[in-house]
Design a binder for this molecule. Structure first.
Ligand code: SF4
Ligand code: SF4
Length: 361
């Protein structure tokens, strides 16, 4: 599965599932929004994760399962088991790694076996990571991963279109891999890495204007096993989770229940189609919180919001509204998705063989 295919599914509700396997990570990147290190042992119970993924069926499963962290490859046997279970139901898996294993000359066999079992592998690279693992080592490890036949990509982060680091690293990836390895380029944001497959920095829109949240599309399994409706790291981490953004828990719920809640909640449909600020305004609820997401998290405490969402987005009409918004989000293809949610100038790189700004290809 190539990066473009994965990103192209991002706008569709419940087309994907993000699994945070562990908050632990051997690296200590300065910008780490999940607060990961080797000393933070916080991870869902492995048996519950296995049970949850075992509940996928060929008729009801996510198209894509994203294995994230922390560093998911600290649990290579679990990665192998989950990707094999997901594949049996017809789901494909993608894994995002901080590349700690590139420190060794050879990729450790359990890590290589785990990578060979997924359908897409993405390597994180940015100025902070490069202080932990030299770029040349990351490139060497990615060459080794490509030899297994797994589709690979880079996940690059910088400060924006004018960041000289992004110009340099995209040129280096292009030269090293002959334009055959795509990159998802994002700007540094207050989101976790799970979100960074297509996250957007949001400000509160003026006067409750329509400003849909595409991040409420794919459920996220947090490190304590709670399933959230979106991948904003504050929402993923805070407890209690806001009721309207909580989809259950892997200890008690299966995929069918999580998917049904994600797809059928009128409030989530409104968040995806018109955004939280507009929903608040049309419900007669004063906007709360300093940010777009703060305002969203506050919505669940007001009955007027649920009543308004029910009136507009319940039933078949609400489902159609939701699907129409997702199709609109996907209409420009993967490049359009990244242009909207990632670093727009580098959006074409989501497809292999594309040109970076000022590039020579
Ligand atoms: S590799 Fe990722 S998860 Fe690990 S410390 Fe760096 S940013 Fe955090
Ligand atoms: S607006 Fe709401 S659903 Fe969207 S990312 Fe923020 S908290 Fe999550």
């Amino acid at each position: 599965m190539e990066l473009g295919e994965l990103v192209g599914r991002r706008p569709f509700p419940a087309a994907g599932l993000l699994l945070g396997l562990t908050r632990r990570c051997p690296l200590s990147c300065a910008h780490c929004s999940t607060g990961s290190s080797l000393s933070v042992r916080e991870e869902p119970d492995a048996r519950r994760l296995v049970r949850f993924v075992s509940s996928f069926t060929t008729a009801d499963r996510p198209d894509v399962v994203m294995l994230t962290g922390g560093e998911p490859l600290l649990l290579p046997a679990l990665v192998e088991e989950l990707s094999s279970l997901a594949r049996a139901a017809g789901s494909r898996t993608a894994l995002l790694s901080g590349m700690f294993f590139a420190r060794s000359r050879d990729v450790p066999p359990p890590v290589l076996r785990a990578i060979a079992g997924v359908d897409h592998f993405s390597a994180s690279l940015d100025a902070h990571h490069e202080r932990e693992i030299p770029r040349a080592d990351v490139f060497r490890a990615v060459h080794r991963v490509r030899e297994t036949g797994v589709a690979v990509s880079f996940h690059l982060t910088g400060t924006g279109a004018d960041d000289p680091y992004l110009a340099d690293v995209t040129r280096a990836v292009d030269e090293e891999f002959g334009g055959q390895v795509p990159s998802l380029v994002n700007e540094v944001r207050p989101f976790g890495r799970a979100a960074s497959w297509a996250a957007s920095a949001r400000t509160v829109p003026e006067g409750g204007a329509v400003s849909p949240c595409a991040m409420a599309a794919w459920p996220v399994v947090a490190f304590d096993g709670t399933v959230l409706a979106c991948c904003n790291q504050d929402t993923v981490d805070r407890r209690p989770a806001p009721a309207h953004l909580s989809l259950g828990h892997i200890a008690t719920d299966d995929w069918a229940a999580v998917r049904r809640r994600a797809l059928e909640s009128p409030v989530l449909r409104m968040i995806r189609t018109v955004g939280p600020a507009h929903l608040a305004a049309r419900s007669g609820v004063p906007s709360r919180g300093a940010s777009y997401c703060d305002g969203c998290r506050a919505l669940g405490s007001d009955d007027r919001v649920a009543a308004e969402a029910d009136a507009v987005a319940a039933g078949a009409a609400g489902a159609l509204l939701d699907l129409t918004a997702a199709r609109r989000g996907a209409a420009q293809g993967p490049v359009g998705v990244v242009r909207h949610h990632g670093c727009a100038a580098y959006a074409p790189l989501v497809m292999a063989g594309s040109t970076a700004p000022g590039g020579s290809r």
